[in-house]
Design a protein around this ligand. Structure first.
Ligand code: AMP
Length: 192
């Protein structure tokens, strides 16, 4: 399966992605993790990206499209992939669609995590990342609203969008995700 996880920072995409890739045995493509690894390794892409990340802004599309297409050509992605934090702009979504169409491996579903703003601010304040300072959190939420939220309508038009109530415990949210996925792709007999 090819799944896109959509949702504001703090919605729990990272936590749920880790569980889901274990269940589905597909690679977890977190562009945030990739950029942090590139930054920590001191690569030119990583160092360039860091200036945007530190400010709570998006890394420019051409860089992101290059990062993700490179990753997608690796053999483990042949079985499927979970996109966590990509795409974040309409331009990225169009580039992804094009890439996947060329390879005849379209997306199966887009899961949009919905959680209210107060809960988001609270969850993010409990993390310890450099880009989780209050003013940067506000910037990241604003960036989400302006640049990424429009993707819900984009995928709705393609009839790929499913919304997930992301409030409650990680177990409760995961159960909702599994239920939605089972509706699209019913488990074969004998599988959990
Ligand atoms: P994340 O861990 O997904 O919250 O990403 C952390 C930061 O990396 C974001 O705030 C952006 O600065 C950058 N980033 C990650 N993924 C993308 C993307 N698809 N497009 C642009 N910037 C991204």
């Amino acid at each position: 399966m090819r799944i896109v996880f959509l949702g504001p920072p703090g919605a729990g995409k990272g936590t749920q992605s880790k569980r889901l890739v274990q269940r589905l045995r597909i690679p977890h493509l977190s562009t945030g993790d990739m950029l942090r690894a590139a930054r920590d390794a001191g690569s030119p892409v990583g160092l360039h990206a860091e200036t945007f990340m530190a400010a709570g802004q998006l890394v420019p599309d051409p860089i992101m499209i290059q990062v993700i297409s490179h990753r997608l050509t690796q053999p483990d992605c042949a079985q499927g992939a979970l996109f966590d934090g990509f795409p974040r702009t309409i331009g990225q979504a169009e580039a992804l669609d094009e890439f996947l169409a060329e390879n005849e491996t379209p997306l199966d579903v887009v899961l949009e995590m919905q959680v209210d703003l107060d809960e988001l601010a609270h969850r993010m304040a409990q993390r310890a990342r450099a880009d989780d300072r209050p003013e940067i959190i506000r910037q990241r939420l604003k960036t989400y609203e302006e640049r990424t939220r429009p993707l819900a309508a984009y995928y709705q038009q393609q009839q790929l969008l499913r919304t997930i109530d992301a409030t409650g415990t990680p177990d409760e949210v995961f159960a909702r995700i599994v239920k939605v996925l089972d509706q699209i792709n019913p488990p074969r007999r004998g599988e959990g």
